[in-house]
Write a protein that binds this ligand. Structure first.
Ligand SMILES: N[C@@H](CCOP(=O)(O)O)C(=O)O
Length: 435
């Protein structure tokens, strides 16, 4: 398995280089080559397999030539001690793929924990401390903080937009301490992400320090996210219907991960890209015009991304061709009022309490199935536990939301963060003081 940059497909790098360097110097994004194609038999036989089993089988297909079978088995078991169950809201019609059973109660645990295990596997060969830089609009930061907390030889710096993440999300980023440091940026998520990307092309900084990313610009954060699409397919295949996935989307890593496993042979009939008022990709899918901008703040804050990193990967996976991508992916977006109404309707109809992002995914699948493909089974990805947005969900649904212990314990912990303006040099200076 090799990795090429979307900006220069002719030259390739090794697994280790792509994992630790995260972003090619030509500012493209790494893509795996060749992407193995698995036969129908593989996908027909997965019904009883757990996320860890599927992660192991797919890891072997992807990296089996370079990483020993036993090491892959250990690292997938270590990464995935939890599962990703499908809860069927309307059996054979709509299911919810619950991705929030990991330590940080969000789907990002899958990618962050796999990446941490893979880095630990290779870091025996590295003597330099690794500095992981992460920009978050809410969920990535917590998963990465927990995934890498106390991992020897790794230091994590998380940039988040001040006032634009939920209180409990902020606690997840700012209370662990140790090798995890939080930078509270006076700006938007897009500005945080731009600072991180600038650090990766800062030649002097990269000569002095080993920098790596745990955002979805790092292909190893994204590849494992494909595993849960396969796990979900295994749970609904028995209905014998085409399967459509609705993915709540911000940076579009989650959707790109689904497209990658589709290209590995997983029979996904269609994708729905569901988002909030940051609708740059749904607008592109409808019109062919791509117009990124700064993000607007919404109640589904983890999707507040105005310039999604993985748009380039999504397009690339469909041959950089608008008509192909728009045949495979339908985009929908919802205002905050529509999201609130959707949360209430989902609770009233099904007794299911969804976070705002998950509600958008469910609204997307319902809209798509009603308009286009009534014979399909639709799966909406539930990206985060509703307790991460407790005050908002309680206010919308007028009912208490129970907070799992692992999140509740953070509420009284003191926040530790370094406040900086949204300027690269301010971050650089402050960051260098800590390394
Ligand atoms: N929605 C994300 C933003 C970062 O996306 P990533 O997939 O590139 O890590 C978040 O919750 O932080």
């Amino acid at each position: 398995m090799r990795f090429y940059s979307t900006n220069s497909p002719q030259s390739t790098v090794s697994i280790e280089q792509a994992l630790f360097h995260s972003m090619p110097t030509d500012k493209g994004l790494y893509m795996p080559t060749p992407l193995p194609r698995l036969g129908a038999k593989f996908f027909n036989d997965i019904a009883g397999l757990s996320l860890a089993d599927i992660g192991f089988a797919l890891s072997q297909a992807l990296f089996g030539d370079e990483i020993a079978k036993q090491d892959l088995e250990e690292l997938t078991a270590q990464a995935f001690p939890f599962d990703t169950p499908v809860v069927e809201l309307e059996p054979g019609r709509v299911g919810i793929l619950e991705l929030f059973h990991g330590p940080s109660l969000a789907f990002k645990d899958v990618g962050a924990r796999y990446m941490a295990a893979l880095m630990a596997h290779f870091s025996a060969r590295n003597d330099k401390e690794i500095n992981i830089l992460v920009a978050t609009s809410g969920d990535t930061g917590g998963a990465v903080a927990m995934g890498f907390h106390n991992v020897p030889g790794v230091r994590v710096s998380i940039l988040y937009p001040s006032g634009r993440v939920s209180d409990l999300q902020e606690k997840q980023l700012t209370t662990l301490g140790g090798n995890v440091r939080a930078f509270e940026v006076d700006g938007s998520f897009d500005e945080c992400q731009a600072i991180v990307k600038q650090a990766f092309v800062d030649v002097e900084l990269n000569q002095a320090l080993a920098l790596s990313s745990a955002n979805s610009i790092n292909i190893f954060r994204l590849i494992p996210q494909g595993f849960y699409y396969v796990r979900a397919y295994g749970q609904v295949r028995h209905h014998g219907k085409p399967v459509v996935f609705s993915t709540p989307s911000g940076n579009f890593g989650n959707l790109s991960a689904g497209v990658m496993v589709q290209q590995m042979g997983l029979p996904i009939s269609h994708f729905v890209a569901a988002t909030n008022l940051n609708h740059v990709v749904p607008s592109y899918l409808a019109s062919g015009n791509y117009e990124p901008g700064d993000s607007v703040a919404t109640i589904s804050n983890a999707m507040d991304v105005g310039s999604p990193s993985n748009f380039v990967r999504l397009l690339h996976l469909y041959g950089d061709d608008y008509s192909t991508v728009s045949q495979h992916v339908t985009g929908y977006f919802y205002t905050d009022d529509e999201t609130r109404a959707g949360m209430v309707q989902i609770r009233d109809q099904h007794g299911y309490v969804a976070c705002p992002h998950t509600a958008i995914g469910i609204m997307g699948i319902n809209q798509y199935l009603a308009d286009n493909q009534q014979d399909a089974v639709g799966i909406a990805l539930a990206t985060a536990h509703p307790a991460k947005f407790k005050p908002l969900v309680e206010d919308v649904l007028k009912q208490p939301v129970e907070v799992p212990d692992r999140l509740a314990v953070l509420a009284d912990q003191p926040k530790k963060s370094t406040r900086i303006p949204a300027e690269y040099m301010a971050f650089r200076e402050s960051f260098l003081q800590t390394v």
